[in-house]
Structure formats: C-alpha cells, structure tokens
Design a protein around this ligand. Structure first.
Ligand code: KE4
Length: 428
C-alpha cells in the first residue's frame, strides 16, 4: 500500500504530540512502520489519507459495533447538533440513555455518566473507598482499567505492549494500595482476601480480559470473586468498558450470570463519542455528590451529542436478531482464521467472547498475563503488517482484542480469511 501522505503527516505529528499520537497504542510501535492517518470510515471499512481502504477490526477499539457512520446515528447527530452542543445543565437525553443502560444491566440501580472508561473506573474506585472506608484495591495482572494513577500497576493494553505495566510517575504511596494477582488464580485470590480483607475496598476486574488480547475467565473464577467479596464486604467492580454490549447486550455479567456490586461502561454506550459510565447498588451510588459526600464531576458529562450517539446505537443493538447476526459473522471469522492457520501450518491459539477476539502466536493455552506473554510478538508484528498490506486493519498489538461489527459482510470475512492464509504462509 502506498502511504506517503500518512508518513509525512506522522513526521509532522511527531513534532507536535508525544509519539505523534493522542493515545499510545495507535503509534504502531509494537508492530513497526508508521501509523495510518485516517480520513473517513463507512460501515466495515476505514480509508486512509492515501486513499487505501481497509476492512476494520479495531472499530475505534470497540465502540463502532454498528459499523462506522451508521446512517441512523449520523442523521440523529446532525439533527441534535443543530440544537446546540453542550449546555452544562441536565437534559432528557441523559435520562433516556440511563434508562436504556439500566434496563440492560439490572445490577445498576443508579448510574453516573462520565466522559471515558478511565473516568468511570477511577470514580467507581473512589466511591468504593468512600463507602467501605478502606483504601486497598485488588486488580489482576494484565487488566487495563484506564490510566488513573492507582490502576497503572501491572496494567495491560499499551502499558504491556510497551513494557511499562508499572508506569513511572505513579508515587509508590499510590501503588502500594493496589494489590495485584494473576487472573484466573482462584486460590491466590482466596488467600489474599483472607489475609488482607480488612483493608480492601474493592476488587476490579475485566470479566473477560481484552487488554492482553482476549482471555476468558475459568468457570469457577468469577463465581469465587463474587462469593469471597460478598463474604468480606468488599465491593466487586466489573469493568465492562470493553465487554459491555460487546460480549452480549447485557455484557459479561449477563453472559456469565454474575451480579457485581458496581459496573463501569464506556466505548459502545457512546457510539463513537466520548462517554463512560459507572453505576451499581443504590446504597453505594448514594455516596456520590451531590447526593452523598464522594465528589466526582465533569464539564461535559452527559453531553447531549454524546448521549444521542449512545442512544441511537443502543436502539439498534436492542432490536431482535442483532446479536444473532453478530454471532454468525463472528463464527464465520473464527472458523476461517483457524482454518487458515492450520493450512499454513502455524501454531496459533484463537479466543473469543461474543464478538471480541484474539489470535495468539503460541501453542500454550492462554489463561492469564504470563501465558499471554508466551506469544511470539515478532511473528504477530509480521502478521499485522502483512494483513495491513492486504487491506485488513487489525489492532497494532498482540495484547489487544479485535472486534467485528454489524456491517462486516460475508465478503469481508472471506477476504479477511484469504488474506490471513496468504499472510501466515508468507511470514512462516
Ligand atoms: P478509556 O479511558 O480509554 O475510554 O477507557 C479505559 C479502559 C477501561 N477499561 C477497559 C477494559 C478498557 O479496555 C479501556 C480502554 N481500552 C483501550 C484499548 N485496549 C483503549 C484504546 C486506547 O488506549 O487508545
């Protein structure tokens, strides 16, 4: 693919922004080469400034589950924007989106809209600490809950990709309140809680870990988190920023039938605009200002344009047969990618939950951070580049999940599988 314009834009961007990007994972550092600069997107495709077209499996890291520029979302936004973009006052739209989310997540009895997943998790933890009057937080290695200081401890996503799971700049005094365990290690979890429960405010977990690729919970793991936290009065927070409306309409909590005390959401509920949310039991959320003493605020929280994109997205997702269509597309892609790897004679492990997925270049079962790291990231980088050359846009890191949308057609899947076979054969 010719990408002279992207290359020159990247050079200029690097003079203006750290690493030339506004979020590290976009920088292609883990896979080599320089990032594509995108000029537009429609349906399952994105188009770069050199007029190359790609079948897109990043989908803005999850939000674009309807596909890009869905006509219903675009026209609702056009009408809405004519009424003004932000008022700094309540609107009926916040009520509408809140009701749609709470209908899908019965564990959320009260909800607060914010502007990102990071804000959602950061705020949920503050509320949990305020409610329990305890300081410590338990998280799992490789889980990424956004970039708030206390959560950048053994974090996944770009922190793992770039080898800084414990970021400089986070004071030791913060980090000491964050206890980390291996994901899926039920025994270690029980031992830690038995020992430290008196100081632990909450356990926060990605119920399916999308920030070290795609790692599924062992059957007993989530149940143990629920049982043990209940036993010690510890708040269980499901970070469903990625899994929400992705693993199922009701998220991982519906899929695995586990009811957390609090839930964090983002991505899909903003339909591509900046929206995050946190919520949970009434008595816990009653701590949030102005109802309670725990302060949390935001100039653009509940922004009417962002609410509109979220409402229109959920309106379509809530229709009959939508998740069956997504599931069918995902099954085609899964079967095709597995077939391509077998035919090319390359050992890979493919995992998915709903329509988030990952192919690892390893023959170990991937159940946690340690086993995810057995993947041959150099081989992944070559695969990524070969697929891009063939017009398929994957997440530029082994430690990220891929996504499909309602707009991905059978032709897209067939083209992707063909490109995968060609790429795997060439990189061998
Ligand atoms: P944001 O602050 O990026 O909206 O959300 C943070 C976050 C919280 N929780 C989970 C489970 C998440 O996956 C994320 C963000 N995900 C990354 C991709 N792995 C966003 C992409 C990026 O950092 O540019």
């Amino acid at each position: 693919m010719k990408n002279t314009k992207s290359k020159s834009l990247f050079k200029k961007a690097c003079q203006l922004m750290p690493g030339g990007v506004n979020s590290p994972v976009r920088a292609f550092k883990a896979v080599g080469g320089s990032p594509l600069f995108i000029k537009k997107a429609k349906g399952s495709k994105i188009y770069d400034v050199d007029d190359n077209a790609y079948i897109d499996y990043v989908l803005s890291w999850g939000p674009m589950i309807l596909g890009h520029s869905h006509p219903a979302v675009v026209s609702a936004l056009k009408n809405r924007i004519a009424e003004g973009t932000s008022y700094g006052a309540p609107t009926p739209l916040e009520i509408e989106l809140a009701e749609m989310v709470m209908k899908a997540y019965p564990s959320i009895e009260k909800i607060r809209m914010v502007n990102s997943g990071t804000e959602a998790t950061m705020s949920a933890i503050r509320v949990a600490r305020g409610f329990t009057n305890r300081d410590k937080v338990v998280k799992f290695e490789g889980c990424y809950h956004g970039h708030a200081d206390g959560l950048l401890v053994k974090a996944g996503s770009g922190a793992t990709t770039f080898g800084v799971p414990d970021s400089p700049g986070v004071p030791k005094s913060y980090a000491k309140n964050t206890l980390t365990l291996p994901f899926n290690d039920t025994a270690a979890f029980k031992t830690l809680l038995a020992k430290e429960w008196k100081d632990i405010a909450c356990v926060i977990v990605e119920p399916v870990v999308g920030n070290i690729g795609c790692v599924l919970p062992k059957p007993e793991f989530l149940e143990a988190l629920r049982k043990e936290t209940k036993k010690y009065g510890i708040i269980l927070i499901f970070d469903e920023v990625m899994t929400g409306f992705r693993v199922a309409y009701g998220g991982a909590q519906a899929y695995y039938k586990i009811k957390p005390d609090m839930t964090c959401l983002g991505k899909v509920i903003g339909g591509g605009l900046p929206v995050g949310a946190y919520g949970g039991k009434k008595e816990i959320m009653g701590m949030v200002a102005p109802e309670g003493p725990v302060y949390q605020a935001g100039t653009l929280s509940g922004n009417p344009i962002a609410m509109t994109a979220g409402i229109e997205t959920l309106k379509i997702l809530s229709k009959q047969g939508i998740y069956e269509k997504l599931e069918n597309t995902m099954q085609q892609l899964e079967a095709g990618l597995k077939r391509a790897a077998d035919k090319a004679g390359i050992k890979t492990k493919f995992y998915r939950a709903g329509t988030m997925f990952c192919t690892y270049f390893t023959d170990s079962d991937v159940v946690d951070y340690k086993t995810a790291k057995t993947s041959n990231t150099e081989l992944f980088g070559k695969f990524f580049t070969a697929m891009l050359e063939s017009g398929v846009n994957l997440a530029p890191s082994q430690f990220e999940a891929g996504f499909i949308s309602l707009a991905h057609s059978q032709q897209d899947i067939d083209r992707t599988v063909k490109a995968a076979y060609k790429s795997l054969t060439n990189i061998k």
